[in-house]
Design a protein around this ligand. Sequence first.
Ligand code: SF4
Length: 252
Amino acid sequence: MSSHFLTQQDPYTLYDLTQWTVSELKHINQQLEGSSPQLVLRWGFEHFGPDIVQATGFGPEGVALMHMIAEIRPETRIFYLDTALLFPETYALRDELVRRLGVRLERVATGLSLEEQTKKYGEALWQSDPDSCCYLRKVTPQREYLGGYRAWITGIRRDQTIFRANAGLVEWDTTNKMVKLNPLAAWTSQQVWDYIHTHNLPYNPLHDKGFPSIGCWPCTRAVKPGEDPRAGRWSGQKKTECGIHLKPDYEI
Ligand code: SF4
């Protein structure tokens, strides 16, 4: 692929060029289509430098991206949403990744403790009103955190859900008003796992126990053979996404 923006030498002169229109971003996305995740990441780093951040929930996609980022630009900030309801295995994986990859992880969380949430909204808000629970514990803290950046990197893939089917490698995030990179958008789950195994990266042991997608423990169950990989998330509820990746992000 040859594109002028990948050949710029001084990334700092490019910051003023990041006020792209939506149609320009679409064009850039088309140019990047078919590129490796590493090339998409390099494009992001060249254009945003310290103003781009990776989001991870410690799934295999996040781990693979973290490894790529550690090799390309190790000083990149990486954040995770600590709802205080993650599995112990997830917290252990977090610590292992910091040890193994030396990544710069930042914890993002609401100031509302679980006890305060219960007092204010009642027991087990994740059962009575999971949208509000996600909004309080994930969506709001993330939006506040992202306000300090100009671009973010996610591990979403197009074949994960219908809401993600049109995800671009690079796109305008209308909700957060910033550029969003999805370097693994075109990858399959198998490609992600191949990457994990090829590089001998750690992963959440719950994946080997029937949990293909892992979130907070009250809202995650193991799936049965043949079930959709995300059937274990908010099982029994209409909800399929926590809200941090929902439309209108893909309306460009
Ligand atoms: S995934 Fe469940 S427990 Fe976690 S924030 Fe959302 S509703 Fe609450």
